[in-house]
Design a protein around this ligand. Sequence first.
Ligand code: NAP
Length: 292
Amino acid sequence: MTILDGKKISKEIQLEIAKAVNKLNSKGKKTPHLAAILVGNNGASQTYVNAKVTACKNVGFKSTLIQFDNNISEKDLLIKVDEINRDKEIDGLIVQLPLPDHINSIRITEAISPLKDVDGFHPINIGKMALNIPTFLPATPAGILELIKRYNISTSGKHCVVIGRSHIVGMPMSILMSRNSNPGNCTVTLTHSRTVNLKNITKKADILIVALGKAEFITSDMIKEGACIIDVGITRVRSKYTKSGWKLLGDVSFDDIKNKSSYITPVPGGVGPMTISMLLLNTLKSVTGFDS
Ligand code: NAP
């Protein structure tokens, strides 16, 4: 069994990005600049955005954090998005989700220029992804692809089962694993809360990608011997053994499964750290293009 060390790979990627920024600078080219919009004071969102801004700094990007009160109107938010779309200084724009209930997040996502949509959530970019046209890929699925690639895990002809069909993880993941590319070329089964006999399906998976948000949902009786297990889930639970009083659990019962799997991602330290690196990679590509 091999543990897929997302923390280590993520550091490697960030070093590569920092080198690419130095190269851009030495050629007198533009330093990538990411703008992040944060609405309200959701603690988790604040943590995620701060981590993204810090990561930008670490690789040498410019970043701008724009914060609004919870009561900003949808119209005013759209005006800001439009302003950033037209700002030549800014290359990538993310609007941290979730947004307050009175703001239609689909309308906001659609308003972001597809050329600056480094989250890869715009319908045009989702369409390009499905057609295998180079574009910004959603960060979490792209991070999983990168982990699979860097550990040389063979995917062609394999049965990949994805649990969860969210627009940010499960749905794009299923498309990426079925594309005619490497990693890819899997036969994919996409499952969700209405799936009947889930266990019968997961037991047939060569590669199982779990993104449903229920702590330790997948147990060893649900997987095939030698399967590759990718755990996307993050659930914070109380713990008396940690200093903070909290710990993070994945959707997979790690200790129960690890010896039955061929590869497995830990939580934390697996998929999570890859997500920010992929956002940085998308921001770099917003300057260099998709060929490099
Ligand atoms: P989400 O939007 O809540 O979607 C959950 C999906 O799981 C839905 O499609 C749902 O089906 C499905 N589901 C729920 N219960 C199920 C069951 N019993 N059997 C089969 N499918 C079931 O979640 P998400 O945003 O994709 O996130 C999933 C998890 O990944 C969360 O723990 C989140 O914190 C984590 N996450 C981690 C990262 C990272 O960087 N590591 C990034 C994003 C998310 P329906 O569609 O039928 O409701």
